[in-house]
Design a protein around this ligand. Structure first.
Ligand code: AMP
Ligand code: ZN
Length: 460
């Protein structure tokens, strides 16, 4: 069976045909590093990790290149640096903020079972490529210099008599309507009200680099140009998949397409544009003011990363997801069970019943239903399929041990109580054995008696 992916640009599922099966290329917009990532940010990380794993499964590990950038130049970073390190020169403070946040991001996404991308470029290391694209855009008549800014003109792009895509095609908007609906109080240096910034002057003390297009003052890049530059450097002018959350379709991805296609005279930047739906928490939009803003870091204190991963993948990536405590508890139970039956068996080949739904635009909810069926029929295939999806990174004993640690249960004490209870039962002192069972239950430990003896587990 072939892989089919939903493409936001053509608004349909299409068979995936890589430009080069020996070098399948995917770009996903990464984090702006100024604060802990929230659980919504984990969605593209997990979803595109599944796609990365599936592509490696289909084309071979050495034949897939996954690029996810780190945005380390941004106003939010500057503000955070000034707030957190008021005594330091701004550039030093910025380095502290981006290094620390980048480290936290890695710790979080590693715990979620996400493979590291092949390349994680940083925006500040690609200023030369950004300048080069900007120069090309100015020379081609798509961008202009005004008051030390460089601006891109969507109207110039759509007026060009060429095989360029139409500005607005990705987000299904009409430029005329955007022009009519745009704010009137636009910055005075903009010729058109939909023109967007490629480069701008830096304020004093802010990070700055030599400017392109003959501007003498130093400056810094706009956000959209960063991704065009990093994708170009690492994947070339035209590549296979570009992904991110649905909120990035406009303006970020629309502008990326505009910049890259106009600079390289291409009809396309990526062949498949993929966007994950939004995550909300207990039926409400996540926001700092509502107090329901949860970071991955906080959740990882209560739940193993694989529980968060499973909970995310139960919903198809294009649907909105409602993140609830109830669903998390169910995901935890499911994983406890899978660890018990499948973590220590020899993994078999991933089952066709799991791979096929994944080939149909990453239908992880159907794939998970198939995992439940495999549990009763083929634990080796269950183990192999869970491995493909990024689960079972630990042994059953490690998993159980971590749970006990998290719940504060002292395993030695549990074993001692169970031995006491066994002794009580053998002298037929059932009052005492029931009392000990109640003590264990109060500790959050459930026991099970069988011919082989008594086993126990921590119940959440
Ligand atoms: P940002 O740091 O806001 O640029 O977001 C990083 C990535 O997370 C982007 O791909 C966003 O689309 C995605 N994202 C942000 N918030 C959510 C959310 N609530 N649900 C799903 N994806 C999100
Ligand atoms: Zn981007």
């Amino acid at each position: 069976m072939e892989l089919r992916l939903y493409d936001t640009l053509s608004r349909e599922k299409r068979t995936f045909v890589p430009l080069d099966p020996n070098n399948v290329r995917m770009y996903v917009c990464g984090p702006t590093v100024y604060d802990f990532a929230h659980i919504g940010n984990a969605r593209p990380v997990i979803v595109f990790d599944v796609l990365f794993r599936l592509l490696r499964h289909l084309y071979g590990e050495a034949h897939v290149k996954y690029v996810r950038n780190i945005t380390d130049v941004d106003d939010k970073i500057n503000d955070r640096a000034a707030r957190d390190f008021p005594g330091l020169p701004l550039n030093e403070a910025i380095r502290k903020v981006t290094e620390e946040t980048g480290r936290q991001f890695h710790a979080d996404v590693d715990a979620l079972g996400a493979l590291r991308p092949s390349v994680e470029p940083r925006a500040t290391e690609h200023i030369a490529e950004m300048r080069e694209i900007i120069e090309r855009l100015v020379k081609g008549g798509f961008a202009y210099v005004a008051e030390d800014h460089v601006l891109f003109s969507p109207q110039a792009m759509n007026a060009a008599n060429s095989s360029l895509p139409r500005y607005g095609a990705l987000s299904n908007r009409s430029l005329d309507e955007m022009v009519a609906g745009a704010r009137v109080d636009i910055a005075p240096y903009k010729k058109g009200n939909t023109d967007f910034v490629l480069w701008k002057p830096s304020k004093s003390g802010e990070p700055s680099w030599p400017s392109p297009a003959g501007i003498t003052a130093e400056g810094r890049p706009g956000w959209h140009i960063e991704c065009s530059a990093m994708a170009w450097k690492h994947l070339g002018e035209h590549f296979d998949v570009h992904g991110g959350g649905i909120d990035l379709v406009f303006p970020h991805h629309e502008n990326e397409v505009a910049q890259s296609c106009c600079a390289f005279h291409r009809e396309r930047m990526a062949n498949y544009w993929m966007h994950n739906g939004f995550l909300q928490v207990e039926s409400e939009k996540m926001s700092k003011s509502l107090g329901n803003f949860i970071t991955i870091h906080e959740l990882l204190k209560d739940w193993p990363g694989e529980v968060l991963r499973l909970n995310m993948l139960k919903t198809h990536y294009r649907s909105p997801i409602d993140w609830t405590m109830k669903s998390l508890e169910e995901s935890a139970k499911t994983l406890d069970d899978w660890y018990r039956v499948a973590a220590d068996v020899e993994p078999g080949k991933p089952a066709a019943s799991v791979v096929e739904p994944l080939l149909d635009d990453l239908n992880t909810s159907l794939a998970i239903a198939a995992l439940h069926s495999l549990r009763g029929s083929n634990v080796h295939a269950l183990a192999g399929s869970l491995g493909l999806l990024g689960f079972l990174s630990e042994s059953a004993a490690q998993w159980e041990g971590r749970k006990q640690q998290a719940s504060g249960v002292d395993a030695k004490e549990v074993e001692r109580l169970i031995a006491e209870r066994t002794a009580a039962r053998s002298r037929k002192d059932f009052g005492e054995s029931d009392r000990i069972r109640d003590v264990l239950v109060a500790m959050g430990v459930a026991i099970k008696d069988s011919k082989e003896g008594t086993t126990w587990e921590v119940v959440r």
